[in-house]
Design a protein around this ligand. Structure first.
Ligand SMILES: CC(C)(COP(=O)(O)OP(=O)(O)OC[C@H]1O[C@@H](n2cnc3c(N)ncnc32)[C@H](O)[C@@H]1OP(=O)(O)O)[C@@H](O)C(=O)NCCC(=O)NCCS
Length: 167
């Protein structure tokens, strides 16, 4: 069956989509995430078979403030894995961040074992170290930090502070 991609601003998410995503990810997942600006949904008929969210925030990298599109919640339904759904979602996220949101970079934190999914699509590891969380919650992230350059600006090297939770 064919799959269609839907880019949905957060305010336009349909109640049935919110319900389906909450059932799929669990309440706790959403409680722990910072808000997204928009979602990319892969739909097959009435079913959501893949999802990711893009949240925008100014973070610190080296001695600069830099706006990023933070990617989170990348997931494909188990029975749909290995069919290129995440690849479609990530390519569309790249276009959305560059063309619609006019962002210079995508950013994500990621477990090392999942990194190949992203590295093959142009994402690059940056050294950081990366602090996630703010105030009492702030701590150094133990996994990888990945960026996606969306223009010709160079990523500022040096420590990264997400100034909040990761997506
Ligand atoms: C990771 C995940 C999103 C991949 O989704 P998918 O739709 O199956 O991915 P694709 O079919 O587009 O695969 C893209 C490529 O990444 C590879 N890949 C897929 N899952 C992988 C994984 N878990 N680890 C390493 N590589 C993986 C595929 O082999 C494929 O490469 P190929 O075309 O050379 O074979 C999916 O396995 C998933 O939902 N996992 C559970 C949630 C999760 O861990 N999300 C990531 C959070 S950072």
């Amino acid at each position: 069956m064919s799959v269609e991609l839907d880019v949905v601003p957060e305010a336009d998410l349909l109640p049935e989509d919110v319900r389906a995503l909450t059932e799929w990810y669990g309440e706790r997942f959403w409680a722990e995430r910072p808000p997204f600006t928009c979602r990319i949904l892969a739909r097959s008929g009435a079913e959501i078979v893949g999802h990711l969210g893009i949240g925008t925030r100014v973070i610190a990298a080296g001695d600069q403030d830099i706006q990023v599109g933070g990617i989170g919640g990348v997931r494909t339904r188990e029975s749909w894995r290995g069919k290129g759904i995440a690849t479609l979602l990530l390519r569309r996220a790249q276009e959305t961040m560059r063309d619609d949101l006019a962002l210079p970079f995508g950013f994500m934190t990621c477990r090392p074992e999942i990194a190949p999914v992203y590295l093959r699509l142009g994402w690059q590891e940056v050294a950081g170290p990366t602090v996630v969380g703010a105030g009492d919650e702030a701590k150094e992230y133990a996994g990888l930090s990945l960026i996606l350059a969306l223009g010709d600006v160079a990523w500022p090297e040096g420590p990264i502070d997400l100034r909040g939770r990761s997506w």
